[in-house]
Design a binder for this molecule. Structure first.
Ligand code: KIV
Ligand code: ZN
Length: 390
């Protein structure tokens, strides 16, 4: 099938409910999964990998119900390179308006040793399973797991087989987060140049974060020609996680000047889904996490607060509203200056003369040296302590 590929558009494939949930301890309830899938669909995620239908009865039910309720997104299920897996996956996703089967097999030497298949036997298995999937569904994604540690010639050979058997998307997983940005871009570029038929399918990138490079590797892969990024909300996923959805979406939006591709995601819905995934998975978001961390739009030091009060662009490259946050915050602490204290007092409806502000500031600094964060109640108490003393 020849498909129209929009070279300016990057498809967002969210796997929070599959790879994200595989994170130890991140199991979500059926209702939570349905709710998260609805939020993903609503915010413009192109493809939702809803689960691994053969893995359990619960996963099958979740994928099936997400498929039934889907509105705009393609609903995808994962299947190993085995016919019963693929049949089970199809049974679950076929209820979607736009179903997809995603089948995979580990192609690197380490992964080939597990099913104990020779290279030829594995090639034959890929042909058989992708053909089978394509006979069921006209949207088939195939992944050579551990692609970034697979021999170049063999990788080209098996991708060619999958394309000839009817795969419409070829995903290149960096399963153990081993690649680096230059290599990631180069790998996709060379595959597209080398494998016959590669220009007729969408190439996808699926990066893990073991070396903290998942987002950089995914964006580099797009520069190399990939047009689908696989990611999860909050970067949830096995070990150090996957590429974070919020990071790639915002990076493409903020640095469109040097990365001229767009997504269909409404970024103002990011904060809401981040919080929902955090509560459902039980995984707190680290304070300094890019885009969605508690401190991502917070400024404590005097110089930064003063700059922010004059012009937010001094220390922010995104507007809070772009990610669905009402406003930045200027928490008061020992690094804060007089300008932020004055602004806080005004917010609290208190307008002090300069000499009064000076007194309160001295008492504030003394308190801030003893306390991590100074709250509104502390400020009010400091002001009243001054009044009592007068
Ligand atoms: O990391 C990986 O290789 C995967 C595959 C199943 C795509 O998650
Ligand atoms: Zn993965």
């Amino acid at each position: 099938m020849t498909q129209a590929i929009d070279k300016d558009r990057v498809l967002i494939f969210d796997t929070t409910l599959r790879d994200g949930e595989q994170s130890p301890g991140a199991t979500m309830t059926h209702e939570e999964k349905l709710e998260i899938a609805e939020l993903l669909d609503d915010m413009g995620v192109d493809i939702i990998e809803a689960g691994f239908p053969i893995a359990s009865e619960g996963d099958f039910r979740a994928v099936r119900e997400i498929a039934e309720r889907s509105k705009n997104s393609v609903i995808c299920g994962l299947a190993r390179a085995q016919l019963p897996d693929i049949d089970r996956c199809w049974e679950a996703v076929k209820h979607a308006g736009k179903p997809r089967i995603h089948t995979f097999i580990g192609t690197s030497p380490l992964h080939r040793a597990i099913p104990n298949l020779t290279m030829d036997e594995m090639a034959e298995r890929i042909h058989e399973t992708v053909t089978h999937a394509r006979n069921l569904c006209d949207n088939v994604q195939w992944s050579p797991m551990d692609a970034t540690r697979t021999e170049w010639d063999y990788l080209c050979r098996v991708i060619g087989i999958a394309i000839r058997a009817g795969a419409t998307t070829i995903n290149i997983p960096d399963t153990v987060g081993y690649t680096a940005p230059v290599e990631s871009a180069d790998l996709i570029r060379r595959l597209i140049e080398t494998v016959p038929g590669a220009d007729e399918v969408v190439f996808a990138t699926h990066c893990h974060n073991d070396l903290g490079m998942a987002t950089a590797n995914a964006l580099a892969a797009v520069a190399g020609g990939a047009r689908q990024i696989e990611c999860t909300v909050n970067g949830l996923g096995e070990r150090a996680g996957n590429t974070a959805l919020e990071e790639v979406v915002m990076a493409l939006k903020v640095r469109h000047d040097i990365m001229p591709w767009h997504t269909g995601v409404d970024s103002s819905k990011i904060m809401n889904i981040s919080r929902r995934v955090s509560t459902a998975s039980g995984f707190a978001v680290q304070f300094n996490k890019a885009i969605v961390g508690k401190n991502a739009f917070a400024h404590e030091s005097g110089i930064h607060q003063d700059g922010m009060l004059k012009n937010a662009e001094t220390f922010e490259i995104m507007r809070p509203a772009d990610v669905g946050l009402a406003a930045s915050s200027l928490p008061l602490g020992k690094h804060s200056g007089r300008a932020a204290l004055r602004a806080k007092l005004r917010d609290l409806g208190i307008d002090l003369a300069d000499n009064q502000l000076k007194d309160v500031f001295v008492r504030f600094k003394d308190l801030a040296d003893r306390k991590k964060e100074v709250y509104d109640e502390d400020i009010l108490a400091l002001v009243h302590a001054g009044e009592d003393a007068a």
